[in-house]
Design a binder for this molecule. Structure first.
Ligand code: BTN
Length: 270
């Protein structure tokens, strides 16, 4: 039996969003198709839109992933949205923000019944070592008035032909939650609410207040990993993160080095 697709609906998302998050929202837009929700909000940021702008798209024709990859977004099969936030701090202080975004997404999913959700540094959303979602942070502005666009993509119910294009182990919410149908409007509201809450907290106290939660979701700690840096690969044992969100890697000679997000790739296993 096929179940009718419930489209994303601005009023339903707003109705489910907690007041504290609503108060921080400057706009909420839902589109049937966009090239990329990140590209759309970056354009808005350059035009001077204030913090708290959110946009969602049922389908992206040029969805962007990390490290120059595409992000597959077939119509109604996932959740693709972005949040624009402005920070009155220097860009260096934003190191942990990408991890904080992952924590907020993982927390929201756990509250919705995705109990075994985890994070692969810096911010892949994992379920049993299969990718459930991804996060792409893009930024701009000046040193003291910086903006970040945080883009979140989640697999909800991927059709087979689109899933065949994904070049790594993946999973969608339909498989995880089985018979329980996914209410994407409720999911969107929960994610946006937790994300706004986390960004407000980060603005006040940085990454320090999130380190315990990171430990709870971190799925690479203690594992052998390979870090793909721009010109080389480094192998070692992942030893968690430091106070800025940088990955701590213990290499064979016993030394501990830290690596901060950006375009670093990470492969788990030997
Ligand atoms: C990754 O490669 O893991 C990051 C994927 C991020 C995809 C999301 S979907 C919404 C937002 N808009 C984009 O173009 N990309 C991000």
């Amino acid at each position: 039996m096929s179940v009718a697709l419930e489209l994303l609906n601005r009023d339903r998302i707003l109705a489910e969003l907690p007041d504290v998050a609503c108060n921080r929202l400057s706009r909420l837009e839902v589109y049937p198709t966009l090239d990329s929700t990140n590209a759309y909000l970056l354009e808005g940021a350059r035009a001077g839109w204030p913090s708290g702008a959110v946009c969602l798209a049922e389908r992206q024709t040029a969805g962007r992933g990390r490290q120059g990859r595409n992000w597959v977004t077939p119509f109604g099969a996932g959740l693709a949205f972005s949040l624009l936030w402005r920070f009155e701090v220097s860009p260096e202080a934003l190191g942990g923000l990408s991890l904080v975004t992952g924590i907020a997404v993982a927390r929201a999913l756990q509250n919705l019944g995705v109990l075994e959700v985890g994070l692969k540094w810096p911010n892949d959303i994992w379920w049993h070592e299969r990718k459930l979602g991804g996060i792409l942070l893009e930024s701009g502005g000046t040193a003291r008035m910086f903006y970040v666009v945080a883009g979140i993509g989640l697999n909800v119910a991927l059709p087979d032909p689109d899933a065949a294009l994904i070049d790594q182990p993946w999973v969608d919410l339909r498989e995880i939650l089985g018979a329980v149908p996914v209410d994407r409007n409720r999911l969107a509201a929960a994610l946006i609410g937790d994300l706004i809450g986390a960004f407000c907290r980060f603005q006040e106290s940085g990454f320090a207040g999130f380190t315990e939660e990171w430990v709870r979701f971190d799925r690479v700690r203690g594992r052998r990993v390979h870090l793909q840096l721009p010109n080389t690969t480094v192998a070692g044992i992942a030893r968690g993160v430091d106070a800025t969100g940088a990955l701590l890697l213990e290499t064979e000679d016993g030394r501990l080095s830290s690596y901060l997000g950006g375009e670093i790739g990470l492969r788990v296993g030997s």
